[in-house]
Design a protein around this ligand. Structure first.
Ligand SMILES: Cc1cc2nc3c(=O)[nH]c(=O)nc-3n(C[C@H](O)[C@H](O)[C@H](O)COP(=O)(O)OP(=O)(O)OC[C@H]3O[C@@H](n4cnc5c(N)ncnc54)[C@H](O)[C@@H]3O)c2cc1C
Length: 430
């Protein structure tokens, strides 16, 4: 099996082509015992395994495909704080006290990523130049003013920038309404970060296996027994960190979110003078358009852009052409550059737009539904779950732990969203 498989035929991922080597190369081929079993090798599972190993717990991590195969190896690499929704929305959904705990737990998530990168000397192109949520219209800016106020009330170091600054910072004629700058956020090579987490966890004694999908999880002799095609793991507690990439064996997690796709396009390295003239401070940007678009320049001077949709079959040309038109509008400096890479990935969306931690059975935790923001949250939740498992004290866990949960009409709602974005992309900017 190739080390990082595309989502759909014809895709090629920049991250697969530019990341550090995968440190995990073994398949589980024996019967093992551990304190904790982690299922899924993305940020959540890897951070959990790493922090469990830091605390001296014995841990086995099983990944069905390869490390970072899911969202963790495919994303846009914007290391942002909090969640997509405003802090007030979280409080309205969870109640004031639980919402406040939740918001505070994720407020400084970029700092945890930076701390791990430094502590374990991770080679993952962390660029601590901040990110900007940039307005595409006056209405978008009003929304951002409200968001900024809420973030500042939480104690975040975010600041409003005016139209002039947003134009200078993006070097785009399109962005002239202002935005929110978060100087503590960052950009990263997402697949390298996943692989570096795996390497750090291995270094502390965690046992990681790939091509080792869990096919069954049953209770045996007061422990959990997970079986794979060629082996098994018996553990006291289990973290099912399969999130939006949960396969059919992890049905309960799969049905707890709606599958929604995001695609990305990246140019070849641009000429130095052109690359220097786009987002010169190297912040990661994402905007307020209905078809939200993110932009960043990677370490080699490639322009990397993302928006909603999957690149399957006939959709590919429609979405890539839309992205070319969008790029020409946002960054006319890059007009004419071909897309050297394009790929897509799946996020797990929940009805209330807030991530969920399900308790599937006693001792079996399943965090999922990050709604497209998982670099910081996955790192934090993995860490906080590790602490909770080791201490046995759930009171300090800052996220509500819920009973089993299902999203209704998943296929219909996901299809509606997918074809809605496709229709818009077909029609827009011609
Ligand atoms: C295109 C795209 C752009 C994004 N951009 C950003 C961004 O800029 N910033 C940000 O913060 N977030 C972003 N996200 C979201 C972020 O990538 C995810 O929220 C995050 O990676 C989720 O991590 P995870 O570890 O929970 O799950 P995943 O990384 O999806 O890992 C789950 C793993 O479980 C494995 N698995 C499934 N079933 C089994 C089984 N039965 N046995 C063993 N293993 C199994 C899968 O193979 C997979 O590797 C983006 C996502 C996408 C797709």
């Amino acid at each position: 099996m190739p080390d990082h498989m595309p989502q759909d035929a014809g895709e090629n991922s920049l991250w697969a082509a530019s990341s550090i080597a995968n440190p995990v190369n073994e398949q589980l081929r024996e019967a093992m015992q551990s304190d904790v079993l982690v299922i899924g090798g993305g940020y959540t599972g890897l951070s959990c395994a790493l922090h469990l190993a830091e605390k001296g717990a014995s841990v086995v991590l099983l990944e069905a495909k390869s490390i970072g195969f899911g969202g963790s190896g495919r994303n846009a690499g914007l290391v942002n704080a909090g969640v997509w929704q405003n802090p007030d929305h979280v409080c309205a959904q969870l109640g004031e006290e639980a919402g406040q705990r939740f918001n505070m737990a994720l407020r400084d998530s970029p700092a945890l990523v930076a701390e791990l990168v430094e502590r374990y000397h991770m080679d993952c192109d962390l660029q601590p130049s901040g990110t900007v949520n940039i307005a595409h219209s006056a209405g978008g800016m009003r929304h951002l003013e409200n968001r900024c106020r809420q973030l500042q009330e939480l104690g975040s170091a975010v600041e409003l920038i005016d139209g002039e600054t947003s134009r200078a910072l993006s070097a785009s004629p399109y962005y002239r309404h202002g935005g929110i700058r978060d100087p503590q956020a960052a950009t990263i090579n997402p697949l390298s970060y996943a692989r570096a987490l795996a390497k750090a966890a291995q270094g502390l004694g965690a046992r990681l296996y790939q091509e080792s999908g869990v096919e069954s999880l049953t209770r045996k002799n007061d422990r959990w027994l997970a079986t794979t095609a060629h082996g098994s793991v018996s553990a006291e507690q289990v973290v099912v960190a399969t999130n939006a990439y949960a396969d059919r064996h992890s049905h309960q997690v799969r049905t707890s979110t709606l599958p929604v796709f995001i695609f990305q396009c990246a140019t070849a390295p641009l000429a130095d003078d052109i690359a220097a003239g786009i987002i010169p401070g190297r912040e990661g940007l994402w905007d307020t358009q209905l078809l939200l678009t993110s932009s960043r320049i990677d370490k080699d001077g490639r322009l990397v852009m993302s928006s909603a949709g999957r690149l399957r079959g006939f959709q590919r040309a429609i979405r890539e052409n839309w992205m070319t038109r969008t790029r020409d509008l946002l960054y006319p400096q890059a007009r004419g550059a071909n897309w050297a890479f394009s790929w897509s990935g799946q996020i797990g969306v929940t009805s209330n737009k807030i991530l969920r931690v399900q308790l599937l059975a006693p001792g079996v935790f399943a965090p999922a539904g990050y709604n497209g923001r998982g670099i910081g949250p996955g790192s934090v939740i993995g860490k906080r779950l590790a602490e909770t498992i080791v201490s046995g004290n759930r009171d300090d866990f800052p996220f509500p732990i819920e009973a089993r949960y299902h999203e209704k009409w998943r296929a219909f709602r996901a299809g509606y969203y997918s074809y809605g974005t496709l229709a818009l992309q077909f029609l827009q900017r011609r």
